[in-house]
Design a binder for this molecule. Structure first.
Ligand SMILES: *Cc1c(COP(=O)(O)O)cnc(C)c1O
Length: 362
């Protein structure tokens, strides 16, 4: 078996693999109603929310689009707080649907600065919403969302959060931190396959929704809400992924939120220490290094593509490269979902063997 250490998709435990082989059921019948009601309740525990929560059949990016088109109108000014590839993606979607995006970019590898967010909101009173990525998977940085949120709420703006690679692994109390609309997806920390996005909507989110005029059909939250009241989704859901996620949610809640967060903190700490012990350096500012993905800089002659290839071919370990301008400059180790320190020890030992073969002169 491959040691798949991407920041999603992640390996699946046996119970979850079994769930994927379940026979199809009527998605408008009582069995589905029971499953979706149970899952929604369990997901609310992971989101730490008492507000509405929906399942959407799509990867995470569809979820980002759903957040935008359900809360904004063409011409709305939005502040995009961006620290990497996924922050840019969120902003591009808003722009594509006609929002006027005001970019607030931070150097990749660093977190966003809440004071800079305050200045941007002061400078432009017409801003309606703020887009933030909680955990920037492309750089391995976790934003201080609590501080950013309190600034956004000083100005009473709508807070739209990409929490794809944090909820279920890193603490994000959605209600306490006043996240109005928050989205995540099944292939990140959930020990489930890709195919579902999950989104929570609070009262401010619904208020924005009632005035939002961007075109939408498949993603419409009003439809999602009225169908969920019947124990259904508006459109045929990806049933196998529903079965799998329903199973993995039970496993996660059995472990308990605080244990999950502590395990991810331990595993990420072991990853960072292992990487540094090899003479490599972290891409992320260490104070804000992510507990779900570690990005490592190329240095001392290391050919990252060659290293990833040897790891894959000779050690059955699959890591991720860098995206866009970080291609060839960093590699990323995913450590979210079904993972323990042992999985990371195996990764670090293999990297140690491969480094000299890939040109590293540390
Ligand atoms: C994975 C991810 C997404 C969504 O990517 P998909 O490939 O569409 O699932 C968006 N934002 C972040 C931060 C992510 O990690």
């Amino acid at each position: 078996m491959e040691n798949l250490r991407l920041p999603g998709p992640t390996p699946l435990p046996n119970e979850v693999l079994q769930a994927l082989t379940k026979q199809m059921i009527n998605h408008r019948g009582p069995e589905f109603r029971q499953i979706i009601n149970g899952m929604t309740a369990n997901l609310k525990q992971l989101f730490q929310t008492e507000n509405d929560l929906f399942l959407l059949t799509s990867s995470g990016t569809g979820g980002l689009e759903a957040v935008i088109v359900n809360t904004l109108s063409p011409g709305d000014k939005v502040l995009s707080v961006s620290i990497g590839v996924f922050g840019e993606r969120f902003a591009s979607i808003a722009e594509q649907f006609g929002a006027e995006v005001i970019p607030l970019r931070f150097e990749w590898g660093k977190p966003a600065d809440a004071d800079a967010v305050r200045q941007a909101l002061q400078a432009e009173p017409q801003i309606k919403a703020v887009l933030v990525t909680h955990n920037e998977t492309s750089t391995g940085v976790t934003n201080d969302l609590a501080s950013i949120s309190s600034v956004v709420k000083e100005f009473d703006k709508l807070l739209l959060v990409d929490a794809m690679s944090s909820i279920g692994s890193i603490n994000l109390p959605v209600d306490d931190w006043h996240c109005d609309v928050t989205v995540t997806c099944s292939q990140k920390g959930y020990m489930a396959p890709p195919g579902l996005a999950m989104v929570s909507v609070n009262q401010e989110g619904w208020q924005a929704h009632s005035k939002a005029k961007m075109p939408r059909f498949y993603w419409d939250f009003t439809r999602a809400k009225s169908y969920l009241e019947k124990g259904q989704t508006p459109w045929t859901p990806a049933l196998p992924i529903v079965f799998a996620l329903s199973t993995s949610l039970e496993m996660l809640l059995k472990e308990g939120l605080s244990n999950i967060f502590a395990r991810h903190a331990r595993v990420s700490q072991a990853t960072r220490e292992g990487i540094k012990s090899l003479g490599l350096s972290l891409f992320a500012q260490e104070s804000h290094a992510s507990n779900t993905v570690t990005a490592v800089r190329s240095s001392n002659g290391l050919d990252i593509k060659k290293m990833l290839q040897i790891l894959r071919e000779e050690h059955k370990i699959v890591l991720a490269g860098g995206q866009q301008s970080l291609d060839g400059k960093i590699f990323r180790i995913g450590h979210m979902g079904w993972i323990t320190e042992n999985d990371i020890e195996a990764v670090i030992s293999a990297i140690k063997v491969v480094l000299p073969q890939a040109g590293f002169k540390g």
